[in-house]
Write a protein that binds this ligand. Structure first.
Ligand SMILES: [Ca+2]
Ligand SMILES: [Ca+2]
Length: 161
């Protein structure tokens, strides 16, 4: 996964970023999909299983509050639960990864922006990284436009006393 800059040919204009010029992107700008490789002539796609991760900067979560992560998500991948795996994990200071979200919680699959929400309860008082991971598993149905994530916000809620 990497930051997607605006103006990439072949990508849907509304799919690049909610707030230009950048979003996190998983896909292949040559094939306008997440097929591994594309050749313009003759029309020919070569696919292999592919995967990648993106890790956020450190995120300090004060212990007097509970926290939720909210972001805009464009998840144009398969809904099928055994393929196109997409998860978010919290990585704590000792390196432990805890899965806090998977694509089954996504509001929609397809070429449209939605709001995704991730519960970060249990990590109050810690400095963490978020690890976004995608894995096609195989070469079946990798012709969607891929994943774009943008406009991350952490919403803090005061804990009841
Ligand atoms: Ca942006
Ligand atoms: Ca697939």
């Amino acid at each position: 996964m990497r930051a997607a800059e605006g103006g990439i040919p072949g990508l849907p204009a509304s799919g690049q970023a909610v707030s230009p010029p950048a979003a996190i992107f998983y896909g292949n700008t040559l094939s306008n999909s997440y097929v591994t490789a594309a050749f313009e002539f003759p029309p020919f796609l070569v696919d292999t299983p592919n995967s990648g991760t993106a890790t956020s900067p450190a995120l300090a979560l004060p212990d007097v509050q509970e926290h939720e992560l909210s972001f805009q998500c464009w998840i144009d991948i398969e809904a099928e639960p055994t393929r196109d795996l997409f998860t978010i994990s919290v990585k704590t200071a000792d390196g432990t990864l805890t899965r806090v979200w998977s694509k089954e919680e996504a509001p929609n699959f397809g070429p449209s922006w939605e709001e995704c929400v991730v519960d970060l309860d249990g990590f109050e008082g810690q400095t963490v990284h978020l690890v976004f991971a995608f894995d096609t598993v195989d070469t079946t149905n990798n012709q969607g436009s891929g994943i774009y994530l943008d406009d991350f916000r952490v919403i803090d809620t005061c804990s009841p006393h």
